[in-house]
Design a protein around this ligand. Structure first.
Ligand code: NAP
Length: 261
């Protein structure tokens, strides 16, 4: 039984006793989400390629009293995805929460977009979330509880600054969320997407180093500013926790109103 505001809030949002895997958890939005889930009580495994960034992320979380571990894996090949999944499950056990934030943003003009860019984009942005879902979704369903969160993009909904293969991968990722929700939500697994606007992270270094473009993008929002990785903390805790038991197959825009302006 819960007592007082703290107990009430923990009943809605606490992730105590849960294990989370956050791909791309060493940078940008993924790092902010991993921090939020860990501070809400989950044991968190962050997965990416670069060991130094992974170790620094985990060190910062551990210093804050959180339980965290890391796995270095390359999600641009099926072998890498499979090995990464097994290594991640070996850290704290099978995850109850899967966040797919790892993503790449290669957007040459469509006429120049070759098969290599197409293949790599689809593997990291779409196939990894699919294969990690295949690996962990059925177990979540069997245990009667799970949360899957994908990070998509404005390009899942509209063509914009050379959407190219990236937009296709993100559009498909939103469809994947609905397919996964259809398959596993009857068994307590919810599957949703967070849709960023323009967020200042290493992913879009080229764009974010152009002050005019940054200002123009901020002007397209209703809040008057571009996104910050920390903007995703509350939404991620909601979609990872008990309060979202009845939210599934949903795309939640965390974009300062970019998409409705
Ligand atoms: N920033 C934005 O404006 C924005 C807008 C819309 C959507 N998004 C989406 O939000 C998500 C996070 O983006 P972000 O801006 O936070 O990007 P970020 O700061 O560049 O972080 C990307 C993360 O993915 C990991 N990663 C990239 N390729 C990988 C691979 N082959 N294998 C394993 N890990 C890999 C990176 O680590 P390593 O390099 O060490 O592997 C890093 O941890 C992405 O899915 C992105 O498409 C971002």
């Amino acid at each position: 039984m819960t007592t007082g505001p703290a107990g009430y809030l923990s009943g809605l949002f606490s992730l105590e006793g849960r294990t989370a895997l956050v791909t791309g958890g060493s940078s940008g939005i993924g790092r902010a989400v991993a921090g939020a889930l860990a501070r809400a009580g989950a044991r968190v495994v962050v997965l990416a390629r670069k060991e130094a960034e992974l170790a620094a992320t985990v060190a910062a979380l551990t210093a804050d009293g959180c339980e965290a571990g890391w796995v270095s894996a390359d999600l641009s090949t099926r072998e890498g995805i499979g090995a990464g999944a097994e290594a991640a499950a070996a850290v704290f056990g099978e995850p109850d929460i899967l966040v797919n934030s790892a993503g790449i943003n290669l957007r040459p003009p469509l006429g120049e977009l070759g098969e290599e860019v197409w293949d790599t984009t689809m593997t990291v942005n779409l196939e990894a979330p699919f294969l990690l879902g295949q690996r962990f979704g059925p177990g979540m369903a069997e245990r009667g509880h799970g949360r899957i969160i994908h990070i998509t993009s404005q390009q899942a909904h509209r063509a914009f600054v050379q959407s190219g293969a990236y937009g296709v991968s993100k559009g498909a990722l939103e469809s994947l969320a609905r397919s996964q929700a259809e398959a596993w939500s009857p068994y307590g697994v919810t599957v949703n997407t967070l849709v960023p606007g323009f967020v200042m992270t290493p992913l879009n270094q080229r764009l974010s180093s152009d002050p005019e473009k940054v200002a123009a993008l901020a002007a397209r929002t209703l809040t008057g500013r571009n996104g910050l990785a920390e903007d995703f903390a509350g939404a991620a805790v909601l979609l990872a926790g008990p309060a979202s038991a009845s939210i599934t197959g949903h795309s939640l825009f965390v974009d300062g109103g970019f998409s409705v302006h």
